[in-house]
Design a protein around this ligand. Structure first.
Ligand code: ADP
Length: 268
């Protein structure tokens, strides 16, 4: 169980996240939605301890994540595997090596630097790639793969970390609709197959509806919704995204929600 209590993050002068409390049982697939700047990315980075909270608590089972230091903190970062919009692969290294990087917690630094991996590590990485349908790409340079394939390699690397949580920050924002579906299916598969909790920031409401068990809506750093996909009524969406008049142009609200948004007069 992951438990957040009063989690707050302030940057100089701005509160990016305000007093967030929630509990996540193991094995849920959660979509975090909200407009750009709502605090979605800040939330995931706090969970992974890439950034430090201003106040509040993050508990995972019996451990207080905000108190972890040294090797315990490195282990947590590895167990709370992050997936980023831009994949964060080493483009010139082959796919198999990119996946094996995920084993780095267990691999001494000298072996990592020399990229010396054991037979067991290679086999494990190959098995994960096979599970994700990418074994035939194992020896290709990562940069030669399509965006969707690269994001699935990033998911394979996350699996290599034996994660207890997968935190995906806009994982499909750079992908076309077909590849977005494939990547979301892959996240869904690791959630169902391995029982790993997945928390995924999504811009696209259709994908949140299709793949999440539970949706958390943020607005200006405040949790304004936490519930099932079925409870995402037009009134709730209005709370999360604001009224049609102040909707930002990048958000295809009408397509996603079915709510008729009046056409705004665009300058020029
Ligand atoms: P989202 O992921 O929903 O787009 P973010 O978590 O990236 O939102 O940002 C939340 C708020 O925090 C925004 O107002 C953003 O400008 C601010 N913010 C994020 N990162 C920083 C930073 N490193 N320094 C100052 N302000 C930041």
């Amino acid at each position: 169980m992951l438990r957040l209590a009063g989690l707050t993050k302030a940057y100089a002068g701005t509160k990016a996240l305000k007093d967030i409390s929630l509990s996540v049982p193991h094995g849920q697939m959660i979509a975090v939605i909200g407009r750009s700047g709502a605090g979605k990315s800040t939330l995931l980075r706090l969970l992974n301890r890439l950034i430090e909270p201003s106040s509040g608590s993050i508990r995972f089972d019996d451990s207080e994540v905000t108190a972890l230091r040294g090797a315990d903190l490195r282990r947590w970062r590895s167990q709370a595997a992050m997936i980023f919009q831009n994949y964060n692969l080493a483009p010139r290294l082959d796919v198999l090596t990119n996946v094996m990087v995920g084993a780095s917690m267990e691999v001494p630094q000298w072996r990592r630097l020399c990229r010396l991996y054991t037979r067991e590590e290679r086999l494990r990485a190959a098995r994960i790639l096979d599970d994700l349908g990418l074994l035939d790409k194992a020896l290709e340079r990562a940069e030669r793969l399509s965006g969707g394939q690269q994001q699935r390699v990033a998911i394979a690397r996350a699996l290599m970390q034996s994660p207890r949580l997968v935190l995906a920050d806009e994982p499909v924002a750079s992908l076309d609709p077909h590849n977005s579906q494939v990547v979301m299916e892959t996240l869904n598969w690791i959630n169902r197959q391995h029982g790993i909790t997945v928390i995924c920031n999504l811009h696209d409401l259709d994908l949140a509806r299709k793949y999440a068990d539970r949706v958390i809506g943020l607005r200006d750093g405040i949790k304004v919704f936490d519930g099932a996909v079925a409870a995402l009524t037009p009134a709730v969406l209005n709370d999360i995204y604001g009224s049609a008049a102040d909707m930002d142009g990048s958000y295809a609200a009408e397509r996603s929600t079915g709510i008729a948004i009046p056409t705004l007069a665009m300058p020029g």
